[in-house]
Design a protein around this ligand. Structure first.
Ligand SMILES: [Zn+2]
Length: 134
């Protein structure tokens, strides 16, 4: 059964496919996808090193012995301190959107529908639950 989210994802993929002229070659899309991934990471790094709205304070994760898998999240830290400012949020969103464009372009060029992949992954997550640790 198609949901509203499936429709939005499908429309996004259709638009990407329509605009996929300059990067029609799978090689162009693969290299742009890799570049856009680096740009997402760079935009997040810049929030720390240039803006300073968030900082990263990392150390080894400490779990008490005998902690259940379900309550692990109560003890694990993201290592992020602070909140993204509006400017950084906007920049990161834009870079993630650009990254999604090339991911979807790769899907289209190989004949995959993103909504099928997302629904399949969602079903796998539901079935595996906490056992899918990666
Ligand atoms: Zn910021």
């Amino acid at each position: 059964m198609k949901t509203r989210n499936d429709e939005v994802i499908g429309l996004f993929q259709d638009k990407v496919t329509e605009l996929l002229l300059r990067h029609r070659s799978i090689l162009d899309s693969l290299s742009k996808h890799a570049e856009s991934s680096a740009r997402v990471n760079r935009s997040i790094t810049k929030t720390v090193t240039s803006c300073g709205c968030i900082s990263i304070n990392a150390c080894r994760q400490q779990l008490p012995p005998e902690v259940s898998l379900e309550s692990c999240r109560d003890y694990l830290s993201s290592h992020i301190e602070g909140e993204l400012c509006e400017h950084c949020k906007e920049v990161i969103e834009e870079e993630i959107g650009n990254h999604l464009f090339y991911l979807v372009a790769i899907c289209s060029l190989l004949g995959f529908r993103l909504e099928d992949i997302l629904n399949g992954e969602h079903e796998r997550l539901n079935a595996l639950g906490f056992f899918r640790l990666s």
